[in-house]
Design a protein around this ligand. Structure first.
Ligand SMILES: [Zn+2]
Length: 381
């Protein structure tokens, strides 16, 4: 794959410093004769760190070369000897994530015949997109338990180079993407796959994983997993949320759900009751016969009361202005738009017999102006 740089990260995946020589200075970074910096790939982030004290922002495979993306390339010339220092916590975190992802995908495949379509890893989560439209929760819990058991057993993670034909004869769960010799990565009896990533030595380093949920993408189930320290911190956070919700609802554990359902239903009923009372008030207001008025209730309460031939203009005061509702013909609305919209910074529209919007002015000035327009229209017939 790469002819210029010796990939020391495969030989010594736990090396944190290395001396090397600059073989190329590019605009975006530098290329070395040997490196412990792993370039982004296979869902794994590129390494960060320092070269001669200058920050390495990322490591990428560009034009077939491993490029160390530098904060600045100014201090570097071809042939210079440099000291490279890896951001080890960042790298180790991703080694754990990557190995955990193999274990999840491998276990999904062997226990349930589920294939992995795509993966992604971040600081906090691993996502594994599957080839399934639906996976029972029970199956996911079985996978979670099986993976955690293999983590506790701290299985050895090993790699070996084999010929392409030998690799193909093994019937791996994922097709081989490279030509020529293949690097196989084996995790106990959990997974065997062709992979160019970096892994931990033993699965025990991962600590644990926990299933965090699923979502549907491209009609596939994408599973989400916490790992290592995030598995603990998220579990604590989830527990705190449940406990706090329990206190607010005076419930515990599974009783929280019916308590919440009851609250939601109660809220729906109350909203419906408020709405029916507002509509009753609106009909009383209209029965009074006024055509222009400030409404004591939200204007949506008048929607059902709008009918052809009926004319009224109502405003409802809110912070910084008013909401308005006009029940009238489109001819009258056109007059409002022409004469009042520019004067009172009115916005809004509608069709047929109902028009509504907002305005940045006081209720009184808008009402008296509206009164004028309606009276004028009645005079003109
Ligand atoms: Zn791998």
């Amino acid at each position: 794959m790469n002819q210029i740089t010796e990939q020391v990260y495969y030989i010594e995946p736990y090396a944190q410093t290395l001396n090397a020589h600059v073989v190329k200075v590019r605009e975006d970074g530098i290329v070395l004769d040997r490196t412990i910096f792993y370039p982004e790939g296979g869902g794994q982030e590129g390494d960060r760190g320092f070269i001669n004290g200058v920050r390495v922002l990322d490591t990428r495979l560009t034009d077939g070369q491993i490029v160390h993306i530098m904060e600045t390339t100014d201090p570097f010339r071809e042939g210079y000897e440099v000291e490279t220092v890896l951001d080890w916590p960042h790298r180790w975190h991703f080694m754990k994530a990557h190995t955990a992802q193999h274990m999840i995908s491998g276990t999904m495949y062997t226990k349930a015949g589920i294939n992995t379509v795509a993966v992604h890893m971040s600081d906090e989560i691993i996502t594994v997109e599957t080839d399934r439209g639906d996976i029972p929760l029970e199956t996911l819990y079985q996978i979670e338990s099986a993976v955690n058991e293999e983590i506790i057993n701290s299985r050895e993670v090993s790699s070996l180079e084999v010929s392409h034909s030998e690799a193909e004869s093994l019937g791996l769960r994922r097709s081989i993407k490279v030509s020529g010799d293949v690097r196989l990565v084996q995790i106990g009896n959990v997974d065997l796959i062709a992979c160019g990533g970096i892994h931990v030595r033993r699965t025990g380093e991962i600590g644990r994983i926990s299933y965090a949920g699923s979502e549907i993408v491209r009609s596939h189930v994408r599973t989400i997993w916490y790992y290592s320290s995030s598995a603990v911190s998220h579990q604590r956070e989830d527990r705190e949320v449940v406990n706090e919700a329990g206190v607010l609802l005076s419930s515990r554990g599974r009783n929280i759900i019916p308590a919440l359902e009851h609250l939601i239903q109660e809220n729906r009923n109350l909203k419906a009751e408020v709405r029916s009372r507002e509509e009753m008030i609106a009909s009383l207001v209209l029965a009074d016969g006024k055509k222009v008025f400030s409404s004591p209730v939200e204007l949506s309460a008048y929607h059902k009361l709008c009918s052809e031939g009926r004319v009224f203009f109502a405003v409802y005061e809110r912070e910084g202005g008013v909401n308005w509702l006009l029940c009238a013909s489109d001819g009258l609305f056109s007059r409002f738009r022409e004469k009042l919209f520019p004067l009172y910074a009115m916005k809004g529209g509608g069709k047929g017999i109902m028009y509504q919007g907002s305005a940045s002015c006081s209720a009184d000035e808008l009402l008296s102006a509206a009164q004028g327009i309606i009276m004028e229209s009645e005079r003109n017939g």
